[in-house]
Design a protein around this ligand. Structure first.
Ligand code: SF4
Length: 298
């Protein structure tokens, strides 16, 4: 039955040991211009029988200790009705009663559709961490990316999640606005994230993949990709403006440079390191080092 789910499974790089349970495939929005993940997949969710099948398989493997973290796999499983999600969690508890927490990716707009009581019920049931595709704090950039959620909406929903006690990991796509917008994007995104409590902030770097609208936009001159040195500078400005008490994780393979920092403790060290990197390497060298053309999608 599960063979109908062919979309690659994704979990955050820091969650390599988590148990992955397929919940959805595809994305109910599917319109972000840069999206390379869910484009080819019609939205579908697993039946209770398919969830049972996965749990039996995982249980039989016998490799998951107590306190295992679970990832509900899919681009936006939170879009499903709360009862359905609670049903899945009930099934999970029967097989793995001592899991530590459940995490998943979600769209900001999926959070909008849940009442505070629903969010609290999901938290009580075990959903403790949501990776939110915020991507930018700049309204114009979000519109250009066709993200389908404004920065203001992202702020409101992150605050609701803070209130519901669900930890958030907002995602920031460095270079999302294209050439010439790095400073603006960095400052707006840092200001947005400074207003919420995040377990972690996780960054990626904009990459123009084939078969995406952004690829066409670049081909016809509607969009100019930022050089990698500008992306690094954007990250530097972001760190300078970030005041949140959080882990800043720039380890995803699409980042122009890779590091993790406890903020604000490591701020000066990271700023000095990025300044030195930009001073010691020419834009051409940085372009070669990042070698984005060789980066492939999932
Ligand atoms: S929300 Fe995520 S999965 Fe959906 S279209 Fe946008 S980038 Fe793709």
């Amino acid at each position: 039955m599960l063979s109908r789910f062919t979309e690659p499974e994704y979990r955050h790089p820091l969650d390599a040991n988590a148990m992955l349970l397929r919940v959805t495939q595809g994305c109910t929005w599917n319109r972000c211009v840069y999206c390379y993940v869910s484009k080819e997949y019609r939205f579908a969710c697993v039946t209770p029988e398919e969830m049972e099948e996965q749990l039996e398989n995982k249980s039989r493997q016998g490799i998951y200790p107590e306190n295992t973290k679970i990832w509900m796999v899919g681009s936006n499983p939170l879009v499903l009705p709360t009862d359905r999600l609670l049903g899945y969690i009930g099934q999970i508890r029967r097989y793995f009663p001592d899991f530590s927490e459940i995490a998943m990716q979600t769209r900001v707009t999926d959070v909008c559709k849940k009442t505070l009581e629903e969010l609290q019920a999901l938290r009580e049931a075990g959903i403790r961490e949501l990776f939110l595709g915020v991507e930018s704090g700049d309204e114009e950039i979000l519109k250009m990316l066709n993200k389908g959620a404004s920065a203001q909406t992202a702020l409101e929903q992150m605050l609701r999640l803070n209130e519901a006690g669900i930890d958030i990991v907002p995602m920031y796509m460095v270079g999302g606005g294209g050439a010439g917008t790095g400073e603006r994007n960095a400052i707006a995104t840092a200001r947005l994230f400074n207003q919420v409590r995040s377990r972690m902030i996780s960054t990626t770097g904009l990459t123009v993949f084939p078969n995406t609208p952004l690829w066409e936009m670049r081909a016809c001159g509607e969009f100019t990709e930022a050089p990698e040195a500008e992306k690094v500078r954007e990250l530097l400005i972001f760190v300078r403006h970030l005041e949140a008490d959080t882990l800043l994780f720039c380890g995803h393979y699409l980042n122009p440079v890779h590091f993790a920092a406890n903020m604000p403790r490591d701020k000066e060290k990271i700023v000095a390191g990025l300044e030195r990197f930009l001073a010691e390497n020419s834009p051409e060298d940085i372009e070669h080092m990042v070698n984005r053309r060789e980066m492939h999608s999932l």
